[in-house]
Design a protein around this ligand. Structure first.
Ligand SMILES: [Zn+2]
Length: 265
């Protein structure tokens, strides 16, 4: 813990008395922080932290920009499936260019699947579809051996557990979880104005994206899990880009569009 704190402090200006988010080991299930979850960095500074590690030991990184005392926070997850390459470009653009307005902040997680990213595979290194591995009533291990396998147990994968611990700590107001190639903004109806702002800014239709869980159960996805367990804090939304994106779209257009839709810019 001390070593991690020192590493965090080395990357930012620490403001005395402010609460800091510190990384926790993969698999830990910490309760939500009682105080501000923004890290103790000056506005405009990028704070970098490691929220966990992949099956192969690669770090899962998160970057914070914004107000140290932010009460309104957006999380952008650039990539969950390693063969979907456009979202990390949006994440990198936001990390580099976005200065959130006062009182707000943004956490950017370029990828939660660094092994899949390196291997260009949808699944993680154990062949698990991380967007079928979240611990909800709709979880199933039925599709073992396919690209859509939910894993041997709910939250069996270190990548899923790292994100769960991170989201429990940060409890964002908005989560944008970027995928490809289905072209649309996930329609959950939990915050229709936010969905409409995303649709307008990113020029994508609002659509329902199912993952094949039995009716009456909660989909074993990041969005299903967040909305059903931490939905009192905010809303998680899937954004599906098309198969091909222009450089301008996956950087400026999507980056600004998501930030504006979330009211952090
Ligand atoms: Zn995907």
């Amino acid at each position: 813990m001390r070593r991690l704190l020192a590493a965090l402090a080395a990357t930012c200006t620490v403001v005395a008395g402010a609460a800091a988010v510190v990384p926790e080991p993969a698999g830990a299930t910490a309760p939500a922080a009682a105080t501000s979850t923004a890290p103790a960095a000056a506005p405009g500074t990028v704070t970098r932290t490691v929220i966990g590690h992949s099956v192969r030991g690669r770090p899962i990184r998160a970057f914070y920009r914004g107000d140290p005392g932010a009460t309104h926070v957006l999380v952008v997850l650039g990539q969950m499936h390693g063969d979907e390459k456009a979202g990390p470009a949006t994440a990198r653009w936001l990390k580099k260019h976005l200065t959130p307005k006062p009182g707000t902040g943004i956490w950017v997680v370029p990828t939660m699947n660094p092994d899949g990213d390196a291997r260009r595979t949808r699944t993680n290194a154990r062949g698990v579809d991380l967007n079928r591995n979240w611990p909800t009533s709709g979880w199933s291990d039925a599709r073992r051996g396919t690209r859509y396998w939910g894993g041997p147990r709910p939250a069996s994968e270190p990548e899923t557990r790292a994100m769960i611990a991170f989201l429990r700590k940060v409890t964002p107001d908005y989560i944008a979880s970027i995928h490809q190639p289905l072209r649309g903004i996930g329609r959950s109806g939990r915050d229709v104005p936010w969905e409409k702002r995303l649709a307008r800014n990113l020029h994508l239709p609002r659509r329902h994206f199912g993952v094949g869980n039995p009716s009456g159960t909660i989909s074993p996805t990041l969005t299903g899990w967040y909305d059903s367990t931490l939905g009192r804090h905010g809303v998680a939304t899937t954004i599906e880009y098309g198969a091909r994106t222009s450089l301008r779209f996956r950087t400026k257009v999507a980056g600004r569009g998501i930030a504006r839709a979330a009211r952090v810019r």
